[in-house]
Design a protein around this ligand. Structure first.
Ligand SMILES: [Zn+2]
Length: 317
Protein backbone atom coordinates (compact mmCIF):
# COMPACT_ATOMS: atom_id res chain seq x y z
CA UNK A 1 0.00 0.00 0.00
CA UNK A 2 1.25 3.46 -0.88
CA UNK A 3 0.13 7.08 -1.24
CA UNK A 4 1.01 9.94 -3.54
CA UNK A 5 1.18 13.56 -2.39
CA UNK A 6 1.44 16.55 -4.70
CA UNK A 7 2.22 20.18 -3.92
CA UNK A 8 1.37 22.33 -6.92
CA UNK A 9 2.68 25.87 -6.67
CA UNK A 10 2.77 28.66 -9.21
CA UNK A 11 6.48 28.01 -9.86
CA UNK A 12 7.24 24.50 -8.61
CA UNK A 13 5.53 21.12 -8.76
CA UNK A 14 6.52 18.52 -6.17
CA UNK A 15 5.43 14.91 -6.10
CA UNK A 16 6.08 12.49 -3.24
CA UNK A 17 5.46 8.77 -2.89
CA UNK A 18 4.85 7.54 0.65
CA UNK A 19 4.40 4.16 2.26
CA UNK A 20 1.28 2.96 4.10
CA UNK A 21 2.36 4.82 7.28
CA UNK A 22 2.82 8.08 5.39
CA UNK A 23 6.63 7.98 5.42
CA UNK A 24 7.95 9.73 2.31
CA UNK A 25 9.99 7.40 0.07
CA UNK A 26 10.98 9.84 -2.65
CA UNK A 27 10.29 13.42 -3.72
CA UNK A 28 10.41 14.62 -7.33
CA UNK A 29 10.50 18.33 -8.14
CA UNK A 30 10.11 20.22 -11.39
CA UNK A 31 9.01 23.61 -12.65
CA UNK A 32 5.23 24.11 -12.98
CA UNK A 33 5.29 26.36 -16.06
CA UNK A 34 1.91 27.70 -14.97
CA UNK A 35 1.87 30.10 -17.92
CA UNK A 36 1.24 27.12 -20.25
CA UNK A 37 -2.26 26.66 -18.81
CA UNK A 38 -4.00 23.76 -17.06
CA UNK A 39 -3.85 21.11 -19.84
CA UNK A 40 -0.08 21.17 -20.12
CA UNK A 41 0.40 21.41 -16.35
CA UNK A 42 -1.89 18.42 -15.78
CA UNK A 43 0.09 16.47 -18.41
CA UNK A 44 3.21 17.30 -16.44
CA UNK A 45 1.61 16.23 -13.14
CA UNK A 46 0.55 12.87 -14.61
CA UNK A 47 4.04 12.29 -16.01
CA UNK A 48 5.67 13.32 -12.72
CA UNK A 49 3.44 10.89 -10.78
CA UNK A 50 4.32 8.04 -13.15
CA UNK A 51 8.02 8.94 -12.94
CA UNK A 52 8.00 9.16 -9.12
CA UNK A 53 6.24 5.80 -8.80
CA UNK A 54 8.76 4.18 -11.14
CA UNK A 55 11.63 5.72 -9.20
CA UNK A 56 10.20 4.47 -5.91
CA UNK A 57 9.55 1.04 -7.43
CA UNK A 58 5.85 1.24 -6.53
CA UNK A 59 3.22 -0.23 -8.85
CA UNK A 60 0.37 2.21 -9.55
CA UNK A 61 -2.17 -0.43 -8.50
CA UNK A 62 -0.68 -0.40 -5.01
CA UNK A 63 -1.43 3.33 -4.57
CA UNK A 64 -4.49 3.80 -2.40
CA UNK A 65 -5.11 7.41 -3.38
CA UNK A 66 -3.52 10.76 -4.11
CA UNK A 67 -3.71 14.09 -2.28
CA UNK A 68 -2.92 17.38 -4.02
CA UNK A 69 -2.55 20.83 -2.52
CA UNK A 70 -2.70 23.98 -4.60
CA UNK A 71 -3.25 27.69 -4.02
CA UNK A 72 -6.82 28.75 -3.29
CA UNK A 73 -9.59 29.37 -3.92
CA UNK A 74 -10.39 25.68 -4.18
CA UNK A 75 -13.40 23.67 -3.05
CA UNK A 76 -12.23 20.37 -1.53
CA UNK A 77 -15.76 19.07 -1.06
CA UNK A 78 -16.65 19.37 -4.73
CA UNK A 79 -13.12 18.78 -5.99
CA UNK A 80 -13.05 22.10 -7.85
CA UNK A 81 -10.27 24.58 -8.47
CA UNK A 82 -11.90 28.01 -8.74
CA UNK A 83 -9.33 30.51 -9.99
CA UNK A 84 -5.99 30.69 -8.15
CA UNK A 85 -4.16 33.93 -8.90
CA UNK A 86 -0.89 32.15 -9.75
CA UNK A 87 -2.41 29.37 -11.89
CA UNK A 88 -3.80 31.28 -14.87
CA UNK A 89 -6.65 29.60 -16.76
CA UNK A 90 -7.65 27.26 -13.93
CA UNK A 91 -11.28 28.37 -13.72
CA UNK A 92 -13.83 26.07 -12.02
CA UNK A 93 -11.78 23.05 -13.04
CA UNK A 94 -12.99 19.63 -11.73
CA UNK A 95 -9.44 18.63 -10.84
CA UNK A 96 -10.28 15.58 -8.67
CA UNK A 97 -12.10 14.01 -11.59
CA UNK A 98 -9.47 14.96 -14.19
CA UNK A 99 -6.53 13.73 -12.12
CA UNK A 100 -8.32 10.50 -11.22
CA UNK A 101 -8.86 9.84 -14.93
CA UNK A 102 -5.36 10.85 -15.95
CA UNK A 103 -3.43 8.98 -13.26
CA UNK A 104 -5.79 6.08 -12.56
CA UNK A 105 -5.51 6.98 -8.86
CA UNK A 106 -8.37 8.43 -6.78
CA UNK A 107 -7.44 12.08 -6.30
CA UNK A 108 -8.40 14.53 -3.57
CA UNK A 109 -7.48 18.20 -3.70
CA UNK A 110 -7.27 20.78 -0.93
CA UNK A 111 -5.96 24.29 -0.34
CA UNK A 112 -2.16 24.18 0.07
CA UNK A 113 -2.06 26.27 3.25
CA UNK A 114 -4.70 24.03 4.84
CA UNK A 115 -2.67 20.96 3.91
CA UNK A 116 0.42 22.54 5.44
CA UNK A 117 -1.60 22.95 8.65
CA UNK A 118 -2.63 19.31 8.37
CA UNK A 119 1.00 18.27 7.91
CA UNK A 120 2.10 20.15 11.03
CA UNK A 121 -0.84 18.66 12.94
CA UNK A 122 0.05 15.06 12.13
CA UNK A 123 3.82 15.10 11.75
CA UNK A 124 5.13 18.41 13.06
CA UNK A 125 4.68 21.00 15.79
CA UNK A 126 0.94 20.44 16.14
CA UNK A 127 1.07 16.77 17.07
CA UNK A 128 -1.46 15.94 19.76
CA UNK A 129 -3.40 19.19 19.48
CA UNK A 130 -7.04 19.39 18.42
CA UNK A 131 -7.55 23.12 18.05
CA UNK A 132 -4.74 24.69 16.13
CA UNK A 133 -4.24 27.61 13.82
CA UNK A 134 -1.38 27.48 11.35
CA UNK A 135 -0.12 30.75 9.90
CA UNK A 136 2.68 31.33 7.43
CA UNK A 137 3.93 34.87 6.91
CA UNK A 138 6.05 35.42 3.81
CA UNK A 139 5.27 37.31 0.58
CA UNK A 140 1.61 36.83 1.52
CA UNK A 141 -0.06 35.37 4.60
CA UNK A 142 -1.54 31.88 4.40
CA UNK A 143 -3.31 29.91 7.09
CA UNK A 144 -5.18 26.76 7.92
CA UNK A 145 -7.62 25.98 10.71
CA UNK A 146 -7.79 22.71 12.59
CA UNK A 147 -10.90 22.70 14.77
CA UNK A 148 -11.80 19.72 16.94
CA UNK A 149 -9.03 17.71 15.27
CA UNK A 150 -10.32 18.32 11.75
CA UNK A 151 -9.36 20.65 8.95
CA UNK A 152 -11.98 23.36 8.67
CA UNK A 153 -12.47 24.47 5.05
CA UNK A 154 -15.86 26.20 5.24
CA UNK A 155 -18.91 25.86 2.99
CA UNK A 156 -17.03 26.66 -0.22
CA UNK A 157 -13.50 25.90 0.86
CA UNK A 158 -12.44 29.47 1.52
CA UNK A 159 -12.26 29.50 5.33
CA UNK A 160 -9.07 30.43 7.12
CA UNK A 161 -8.12 33.58 5.22
CA UNK A 162 -6.37 34.96 8.25
CA UNK A 163 -4.30 37.33 6.11
CA UNK A 164 -7.44 39.13 5.00
CA UNK A 165 -8.86 40.03 8.37
CA UNK A 166 -9.31 43.80 7.98
CA UNK A 167 -7.73 45.58 10.92
CA UNK A 168 -7.44 49.11 9.53
CA UNK A 169 -10.43 50.06 7.38
CA UNK A 170 -8.66 52.96 5.66
CA UNK A 171 -5.27 51.19 5.60
CA UNK A 172 -3.05 50.37 2.64
CA UNK A 173 -4.46 48.52 -0.35
CA UNK A 174 -4.19 44.71 -0.16
CA UNK A 175 -3.60 42.25 -3.02
CA UNK A 176 -7.19 41.08 -2.53
CA UNK A 177 -8.55 44.55 -3.36
CA UNK A 178 -9.59 45.50 0.17
CA UNK A 179 -7.78 47.93 2.42
CA UNK A 180 -5.97 47.37 5.70
CA UNK A 181 -5.92 43.55 5.74
CA UNK A 182 -3.33 41.89 8.00
CA UNK A 183 -1.51 40.88 4.80
CA UNK A 184 -1.35 44.52 3.69
CA UNK A 185 0.30 45.45 7.00
CA UNK A 186 2.43 42.49 8.09
CA UNK A 187 3.47 40.40 5.07
CA UNK A 188 6.89 40.57 3.44
CA UNK A 189 5.33 42.63 0.66
CA UNK A 190 3.92 45.06 3.24
CA UNK A 191 7.25 45.37 5.04
CA UNK A 192 9.05 46.21 1.78
CA UNK A 193 6.35 48.73 0.84
CA UNK A 194 6.48 50.36 4.27
CA UNK A 195 10.28 50.68 4.05
CA UNK A 196 10.15 52.21 0.56
CA UNK A 197 7.47 54.69 1.63
CA UNK A 198 9.59 55.66 4.62
CA UNK A 199 12.52 56.32 2.31
CA UNK A 200 10.35 58.56 0.13
CA UNK A 201 9.33 60.49 3.24
CA UNK A 202 13.02 61.05 4.01
CA UNK A 203 13.65 58.47 6.75
CA UNK A 204 17.27 58.28 7.90
CA UNK A 205 18.30 54.69 7.47
CA UNK A 206 21.01 52.52 5.99
CA UNK A 207 18.29 51.10 3.69
CA UNK A 208 18.85 54.20 1.56
CA UNK A 209 21.99 52.57 0.15
CA UNK A 210 19.99 49.78 -1.45
CA UNK A 211 19.60 50.33 -5.21
CA UNK A 212 16.26 50.53 -7.04
CA UNK A 213 13.62 49.19 -6.74
CA UNK A 214 14.52 49.54 -3.06
CA UNK A 215 14.68 47.31 0.01
CA UNK A 216 12.97 43.94 0.34
CA UNK A 217 11.64 42.50 3.61
CA UNK A 218 14.91 40.60 3.94
CA UNK A 219 16.90 43.84 3.62
CA UNK A 220 14.75 45.37 6.36
CA UNK A 221 15.42 42.33 8.57
CA UNK A 222 19.17 42.61 7.94
CA UNK A 223 19.23 46.34 8.69
CA UNK A 224 17.24 45.82 11.89
CA UNK A 225 19.77 43.22 13.05
CA UNK A 226 22.52 45.74 12.42
CA UNK A 227 20.74 48.18 14.75
CA UNK A 228 18.97 50.39 12.19
CA UNK A 229 16.21 52.14 14.18
CA UNK A 230 13.97 52.80 11.18
CA UNK A 231 14.11 49.15 10.05
CA UNK A 232 13.29 48.06 13.58
CA UNK A 233 10.24 50.35 13.64
CA UNK A 234 9.00 48.87 10.34
CA UNK A 235 9.24 45.34 11.75
CA UNK A 236 7.63 46.40 15.04
CA UNK A 237 4.71 47.83 13.07
CA UNK A 238 4.32 44.60 11.12
CA UNK A 239 4.49 42.57 14.33
CA UNK A 240 1.83 44.75 15.94
CA UNK A 241 -0.53 44.29 12.98
CA UNK A 242 0.06 40.55 12.97
CA UNK A 243 -0.68 40.41 16.68
CA UNK A 244 -4.05 42.13 16.24
CA UNK A 245 -4.93 39.52 13.59
CA UNK A 246 -3.86 36.70 15.91
CA UNK A 247 -5.87 38.23 18.76
CA UNK A 248 -8.97 38.02 16.57
CA UNK A 249 -8.21 34.36 15.87
CA UNK A 250 -7.79 33.67 19.56
CA UNK A 251 -11.15 35.24 20.33
CA UNK A 252 -12.90 33.41 17.50
CA UNK A 253 -11.44 29.93 17.84
CA UNK A 254 -9.76 29.70 21.24
CA UNK A 255 -6.94 27.53 19.84
CA UNK A 256 -4.59 25.64 22.12
CA UNK A 257 -1.77 26.27 19.69
CA UNK A 258 -0.77 28.74 17.00
CA UNK A 259 1.94 27.43 14.70
CA UNK A 260 3.46 30.44 12.99
CA UNK A 261 6.25 30.38 10.43
CA UNK A 262 7.33 31.78 7.09
CA UNK A 263 10.34 33.87 6.11
CA UNK A 264 9.07 37.06 7.80
CA UNK A 265 9.08 35.31 11.20
CA UNK A 266 12.86 34.90 10.90
CA UNK A 267 13.06 38.54 12.03
CA UNK A 268 12.73 37.16 15.57
CA UNK A 269 11.97 39.15 18.71
CA UNK A 270 11.88 42.59 17.11
CA UNK A 271 8.71 41.33 15.43
CA UNK A 272 7.40 38.69 17.84
CA UNK A 273 7.48 40.88 20.96
CA UNK A 274 5.13 43.55 19.56
CA UNK A 275 3.13 40.69 18.01
CA UNK A 276 2.59 39.01 21.36
CA UNK A 277 1.81 42.33 23.06
CA UNK A 278 -0.78 43.27 20.43
CA UNK A 279 -2.29 39.81 20.57
CA UNK A 280 -2.67 40.12 24.32
CA UNK A 281 -4.28 43.57 23.98
CA UNK A 282 -6.77 42.37 21.40
CA UNK A 283 -7.92 39.05 22.88
CA UNK A 284 -9.62 37.73 25.99
CA UNK A 285 -7.32 36.54 28.74
CA UNK A 286 -9.52 33.46 29.20
CA UNK A 287 -9.08 32.51 25.54
CA UNK A 288 -5.29 32.91 25.80
CA UNK A 289 -4.92 30.70 28.83
CA UNK A 290 -2.58 27.82 28.05
CA UNK A 291 -2.16 29.03 24.47
CA UNK A 292 1.14 28.00 22.93
CA UNK A 293 2.71 29.92 20.05
CA UNK A 294 5.29 27.75 18.34
CA UNK A 295 7.38 27.60 15.17
CA UNK A 296 6.62 24.94 12.56
CA UNK A 297 8.77 21.79 12.61
CA UNK A 298 8.43 20.65 9.02
CA UNK A 299 10.50 22.37 6.36
CA UNK A 300 9.85 23.06 2.70
CA UNK A 301 8.08 19.72 2.20
CA UNK A 302 5.33 20.55 4.71
CA UNK A 303 2.79 20.80 1.86
CA UNK A 304 3.70 17.33 0.63
CA UNK A 305 3.43 15.85 4.10
CA UNK A 306 0.00 17.46 4.40
CA UNK A 307 -1.08 16.17 0.99
CA UNK A 308 -0.09 12.63 1.95
CA UNK A 309 -1.89 12.87 5.29
CA UNK A 310 -4.96 14.19 3.46
CA UNK A 311 -4.81 11.22 1.06
CA UNK A 312 -4.49 8.82 4.00
CA UNK A 313 -7.48 10.42 5.72
CA UNK A 314 -9.59 10.28 2.55
CA UNK A 315 -8.71 6.64 1.96
CA UNK A 316 -10.18 5.84 5.36
CA UNK A 317 -13.40 7.79 4.83
ZN1 LIG B 1 -6.65 41.32 1.74
Amino acid sequence: MAYVGIDLGGTQLRVAVADAEGRILIVAREPTHAEQGPDRVIDRIAAAVAGALAQAGVDRRRVRCLGIGLPGPVDPRRGLVHSPANLPGWVDLPLNQILTERTGIHSYLHHDAHLAAFGELHRGAGRGSRDMVYVTVSTGIGAGLVLGGELYAGARGSAGEVGHIVIQVDGPRCNCGNRGCVEALASGTAIAREAREGLRRGARTRLRRIPAPGPTARDVDRAARAGDAFARRVLEGAGGALGVGLGTLVNLFNPEMIVIGGSVMNAGRVLTEPMRAAMARSSFASARQGLRIVRPRLGADVGLVGAIEWARLRSRS
